[in-house]
Structure formats: structure tokens, C-alpha cells
Design a binder for this molecule. Structure first.
Ligand code: GDP
Ligand code: GDP
Length: 436
């Protein structure tokens, strides 16, 4: 599980600047669940082989009086509760304030590992200004400049030190369970679906451990295929039924997606595709996971709503075109068989082996059928291709002047590779590698 780092501090100390800096790696994804968590932003960051999630909070004023300020403080407290580590940001130029003391007192009582980032420290090396922050009782301040990118790496190293390298889901053995995450915003029907599944006789669920921070997975079997359902909803077993304790947790959702082989993205037919659905879908795409989209509550919509829904999916989820789209009713147990089939196919697609000779032949046929366009003096020459990775599958094309291959042409190649290897439900990445 990716560790979660919360950034807290009073307004204007540079939290957002630090957030942008931390999530600025090539892999950065900013999942901004607007509306749901007004003042919290979630982003992905990476330091070497360690991936982490960062939460940016609004301003944090522990004794906030009312209204918006109070709401911001509530958001910050929530972020601290969700986090594995806290970076407390202070402003060296402004110096220590009473508010900083209040926040420090709150953080010391939180039981979380807290690191002090003394921001805006560019050009202030060895200055006495840093020393006063020892008073906060948080430990040695890390002098950083978020704006100029100074001291960030050593701060991160300290923060991430207790967490090991992340274990990317390993290449699964043939009989290894398929790790499945059911993702979707609140009320789309995740708990209902999971209970429907686990209530089926053929499906053997085992008992659950019950810790809060650890990922909870429910192992089960269906038609001889083993699955592991990764909890996204804070599920607890209550008798024969699973109950969601928290209604929705962004962190759990992001972690489950990162940890899954296949994500089942659930939509609510009665609501259409909302902004939040699109954010979650975008995150799934960026994570490179195999994905199946299921529109739930199909029993509750009329023909007109179905048409609207089809249009909103086309518009807002166009980037998930590769994912199979199914229509189900969790309460009526309708359409569930095809979901399992799609999940298994998506998983198999994500792990398909594509031998070099076959890829190279496909490439040559594609070029013979339609050659890439000349760009200025350059005509890209595609020579051969090999598989650069699985889950998601990556095809590396070798040749010359490949930087001139257009996106349109890449999509053309992608289409031909997909159809040959029958890839559905998985992203396919194509990388161009020019030789000399
Ligand atoms: P937040 O309210 O804590 O999220 O603070 P912001 O990230 O919005 O930053 C507040 C102000 O401080 C902005 O004007 C930033 O440009 C500035 N700032 C942020 N980091 C640095 C820094 O490292 N050095 C300096 N000099 N200014 C900074
Ligand atoms: P979650 O927040 O995603 O776990 O959603 P829940 O499983 O708690 O479901 C939210 C609401 O949608 C509940 O009132 C369910 O009874 C209802 N619901 C779930 N699945 C269906 C369905 O297939 N059809 C209809 N009509 N309602 C459903």
C-alpha cells in the first residue's frame, strides 16, 4: 500500500506549492475530488522506487471559529487521520506564530509521525531563523524551498524512510488470484454488488481481519478462478453481510486501484456520468490498470435515461473506450455473469504475451498497409517491435526518426495490435525508441 503523506500548516506557508512540487514527477496524477472533499487535494508522487500519495489541505487553524475556516480545519484533521505521515509546513520568512504552536500541539497529540518543513528557506542557509522552530517540539526542521525545489529530496527521504519500496503487483502466476477493486463514488452500489456476489452460493468468502489501516481483501472463488476483492469502502463483516463503515474514502479508493490487477468501475445509471466518476476513471487510466465499466441500477432507468447515459459515457469517458461496458442491476442480480467474463478477459489481456516475431510482423504489415507520414526531411522508419512490459502491456517500437511518428499513427498501430491479440479492458502503451 502506498504511504499517505498529509501536508498541513497555516494558510500561505506554501503547502500548495509543495504539493505541486511533490506530485510533479512524470507519473504525477492529481485526483481532485471536487465537491466531495472541498479543500483536500490528492496527488501521486514518487521518489525512486517508492510511490506515495500526498494530501494537500486548505489552511489549518485548530481553533477556527466558524464557517469556512472551521470547515478547512475539519478537512485538515481528516487528512491527518487518513495519513501515515504528516509534513507540517511553516514559513521561515514569516517566523514562528501562535497558530504554528496550536497546530504543533494538535499534531503532537495525533499519534502520527510528523516532519517539520521550514519553507521559503532559499538563500537563508545557516540562518538563525531556523533555530526558533525547535520550540515547536516536532524535531529538527528541514529547510526547504518549495518554490525553488531545494531540500525537497532530503525531506522526502526522511518522510519515506520507514516505508519500504512499493510492491507493484507482481506478474501473476497462472493460478494466482485476480486482485479486483470495485471503484466508484458514493452510492453507486458498491456494497450492494459486493454483498450480492458474496451471497452467491458458488462463491466462497473467507473471514476478514479487522484492522483499519491495513488493506482488507476478501478472497473468494468463482468457477475455479480465485479472486481477491480489495476493499474500497471500509467493509466489515456483520453476520453474513458486509457493511460499509465509512461511506467513502478517497485514499482507500486510490490505494485499492494501485493495488489491483483489474478495476471494476461502477457507475450509477440514474445519475449519468458525474465529474467525480470522470476523476476516478481518469485515475484508473493513469494507473495503467485493466478496467471494466459497469453501469449499475439498470433496472431503475427508462429508455430516455438510457439514451442520455450512453451519450454522457461517450462524452466524459471517451478515454476509456478500450474498456468493456456492461449494464447490471446489483439488487436484481441481473447482468452479473458477463461482468465476471469481462474481468477475466481484461486480466488475461493485461498479461498477454506478445512475442517479438509476431509484433514485428504486425508492425511490418501495418506499415505496408499505411506508412507513417513524412515530417519535413524525416520519414520515420519502423523496424521491429518487442514487448516492454505487462499489466499494462507496453509495445516498444524500434527504428529511426520515430519522434516524428504522429499520435494518430500510434493509435492506428494500437488498433492493429489490439485486434490481433484480442486485447480488451487493458490500456496498451506504445513507446517509440529511435536507434542511431
Ligand atoms: P498555502 O496557502 O500554504 O497552500 O501556500 P501557497 O503554496 O499558496 O503559497 C503561498 C505563497 O508563498 C505564494 O505566493 C507562493 O508563491 C509563496 N511560496 C511558496 N513556496 C515558497 C518558497 O519556497 N519560497 C518563497 N520565497 N515563496 C514561496
Ligand atoms: P455504495 O456507496 O457504492 O456502496 O452504494 P450502496 O451499495 O450503499 O447503494 C446505494 C443505494 O443504491 C442503496 O440504496 C441501494 O439499495 C441502491 N442500489 C444499489 N444497487 C442498485 C440497483 O442495482 N438498482 C437499484 N434500483 N438500486 C440499487
Amino acid at each position: 500500500m502506498k504511504p499517505v503523506i498529509a501536508l498541513v500548516g497555516r494558510p500561505n506557508v506554501g503547502k500548495s506549492t509543495l504539493f505541486n512540487r511533490l506530485t510533479k514527477s512524470r507519473d504525477a496524477i492529481v485526483a481532485d475530488f471536487a465537491g466531495l472533499t472541498r479543500d483536500r487535494h490528492y496527488g501521486d508522487g514518487r521518489l525512486g522506487d517508492r510511490a506515495f500519495i500526498v494530501i494537500d489541505t486548505g489552511g489549518f487553524e485548530p481553533d477556527a471559529g466558524s464557517g469556512i475556516v472551521q470547515e478547512m480545519a475539519r478537512q485538515a484533521r481528516q487528512a491527518v487521520a487518513e495519513a501515515d505521515a504528516v509534513v507540517f509546513v511553516v514559513d521561515v520568512r514569516a517566523g514562528l506564530s501562535a497558530q504554528d504552536h496550536d497546530i504543533a500541539r494538535f499534531l503532537r497529540g495525533s499519534g502520527k509521525r510528523v516532519h517539520l518543513a521550514a519553507n521559503k528557506a532559499e538563500g537563508m542557509a545557516g540562518s538563525a531563523h531556523l533555530a526558533e522552530f525547535h520550540e515547536l517540539g516536532i524535531g529538527e526542521p528541514h529547510a526547504v524551498s518549495s518554490a525553488h525545489g531545494q531540500g525537497i529530496r532530503s525531506l522526502l527521504e526522511a518522510v519515506l524512510e520507514p516505508f519500504g519500496p512499493d510492491d507493484e503487483p507482481a506478474e501473476p502466476a497462472d493460478d494466482a488470484p485476480i486482485r479486483l477493486a470495485v471503484a466508484g463514488r458514493p452510492n453507486v452500489g458498491k456494497s450492494t454488488l459486493i454483498n450480492t456476489w458474496l451471497g452467491e452460493e458458488r462463491l466462497v468468502a473467507f473471514d476478514l481481519p479487522g484492522t483499519t489501516r491495513d488493506a482488507i481483501t476478501v478472497p473468494f472463488e468463482r468457477h475455479g478462478q480465485r479472486f481477491e476483492l480489495i476493499d474500497t469502502a471500509g467493509l466489515r463483516r456483520k453476520g453474513r453481510v458486509f457493511e460499509a463503515i465509512e461511506k467513502f474514502s478517497v485514499v482507500k479508493t486510490l490505494q485499492a486501484i494501485a493495488d489491483a490487477h483489474v478495476v471494476l468501475l461502477l457507475l450509477d445509471a440514474t445519475q449519468g456520468v458525474t465529474e467525480q466518476d470522470a476523476h476516478i476513471a481518469g485515475y484508473v487510466l493513469e494507473s495503467g490498470r485493466a478496467v471494466v465499466v459497469a453501469v449499475n441500477k439498470w433496472d431503475a432507468v427508462d429508455a430516455y435515461q438510457k439514451e442520455l447515459l450512453a451519450r454522457s459515457i461517450e462524452q466524459r469517458l471517451a478515454f476509456l473506450k478500450f474498456a468493456p461496458l456492461l449494464h447490471i442491476s446489483a439488487v436484481r442480480r441481473q447482468g452479473l455473469g458477463p461482468v465476471w467474463k469481462a474481468i477475466a478477459e481484461a486480466h488475461a489481456s493485461a498479461n498477454r504475451k506478445m512475442p517479438t516475431p509476431v509484433l514485428t510482423r504486425l508492425l511490418q504489415e501495418a506499415v505496408a498497409h499505411q506508412a507513417p507520414k513524412r515530417s519535413g526531411n524525416f520519414r520515420p522508419k519502423l523496424r521491429y517491435a518487442h514487448q516492454g512490459g505487462m499489466n499494462p502491456p507496453v509495445v516498444v517500437v524500434h527504428g529511426n526518426s520515430l519522434e516524428h511518428v504522429t499520435e494518430v499513427y500510434k493509435r492506428y498501430l494500437e488498433g492493429r495490435i489490439r485486434s490481433h491479440f484480442k486485447l480488451t479492458g487493458t490500456p496498451l502503451r506504445i513507446e517509440m525508441r529511435s536507434g542511431r
